[in-house]
Design a protein around this ligand. Structure first.
Ligand SMILES: *[C@@H]1O[C@H](CO)[C@@H](O)[C@H](O)[C@H]1NC(C)=O
Ligand SMILES: *[C@@H]1O[C@H](CO)[C@@H](O)[C@H](O)[C@H]1NC(C)=O
Length: 311
């Protein structure tokens, strides 16, 4: 009996040692906490706000500063990004590459702030989260955002990212990123050529189509867009073939698309193929693209400072 009791005692003692050692080890986790998140952030509502604020902070630090790229600001931004990135963070930025460690990932995120980065060629004007979801059960947030680049004062192009981001459950810093650019080759083409080329043959076909419909459909309906086919062709040769946003805008391609609709409903659509663009084939203000889907339009309003979400 005695040996058994003593063996049980030893086991209890060992268990206690292991538990105490575990508690001591847990207490020794002195890693700094992401400053945007409270230390005891555990509820789903708290994690939701913590993840949203962190991603928003990350994106804002990537935007080119007012006065243009600068080395001191770049270094300051990379240091601030370190607050959100785990020392051993890994980010796969598809299709650009995979980056390890908070300095390397921070450098990448701040590339538009570096004087030798892309910021000298174009300006990352703004970024916004358009969709956001976070689950407190697994510390992963999903977000979609748009980056707006100013190429020239009136040329803006856009690249969208879908981001899956995992956070450390204790420090709330980013440990893993699977960040995917959408239509990246198209974005690079837009950067290189603000007015992407449409071949001369396509242009000739589009002009023939637009001017033909204006003459045969719009004029008889009493809503001509041009004086005659020569006037029409001359005007269309003087405007951009297509814009960086694609067909939408004051360009030939937009009018060509609306030509098809004009044959069906001339009164409504003929103005769109004419000189003025009829409110459709016109340059929309920047904010119309930028704020098309404000935060929360798809997935509910994200948590905001001072406005905790109701869960
Ligand atoms: C990063 O990885 C190294 C090597 O595995 C490890 O010693 C260190 O504690 C890790 N840092 C963090 C913050 O997890
Ligand atoms: C076509 O319109 C233009 C511009 O109004 C005008 O100068 C030209 O004389 C017209 N041509 C014909 C053949 O009517």
């Amino acid at each position: 009996m005695a040996p058994r009791a003593s063996s049980a005692c030893w086991r209890l003692f060992l268990l206690a040692v292991v538990l105490l050692a575990g508690a001591a080890a847990a207490k020794k986790d002195t890693r700094p906490i992401n400053p945007l998140c409270p230390k005891s952030c555990k509820s789903e509502a708290c994690l939701f706000k913590c993840h949203f604020d962190t991603l928003q902070g990350l994106l804002h630090l990537s935007v080119t500063p007012e006065g243009g790229p600068s080395l001191p600001i770049f270094l300051e931004r990379v240091a601030k990004l370190g607050d959100f990135l785990d020392d051993n963070v890994t980010a796969r930025i598809d299709p650009v590459g995979t980056y390890h460690g908070k300095v390397t990932v921070g450098d990448y995120v701040a590339t538009f702030v570096h004087p030798l980065g892309l910021g000298s060629r174009t300006t990352l004007k703004s970024s916004t989260i358009t969709q956001f979801a976070s689950s407190g059960l697994v510390a992963v947030a999903t977000s979609t955002q748009e980056y707006y680049f100013k190429i020239t004062p009136d040329q803006i192009t856009r690249v969208d990212m879908v981001m899956f981001t995992r956070f450390d459950p204790v420090t709330h810093k980013i440990t893993l990123g699977d960040w995917n650019f959408l239509r990246f080759p198209q974005f690079l083409e837009n950067l290189a050529a603000p007015n992407p080329p449409v071949s001369d043959a396509s242009l000739a076909q589009m002009i023939q189509g637009i001017c033909g419909v204006d003459e045969k459909v719009c004029k008889p309906t009493g809503v001509p867009g041009y004086d005659n086919t020569t006037d029409c062709a001359q005007y269309l040769m003087s405007i951009p073939r297509i814009s960086v946003h694609g067909a939408q805008g004051d360009n030939v391609y937009c009018r060509f698309l609306h030509t098809a609709y004009a044959t069906v409903d001339p009164k409504y659509h003929c103005p769109h193929i004419g000189r003025t663009g009829g409110g459709q084939c016109v340059e929309k203000p920047y904010a119309d693209h930028f704020l098309l889907f404000p935060d929360g339009a798809f997935m509910g309003t994200p948590a905001r400072p001072g406005k905790p979400p109701k869960h």
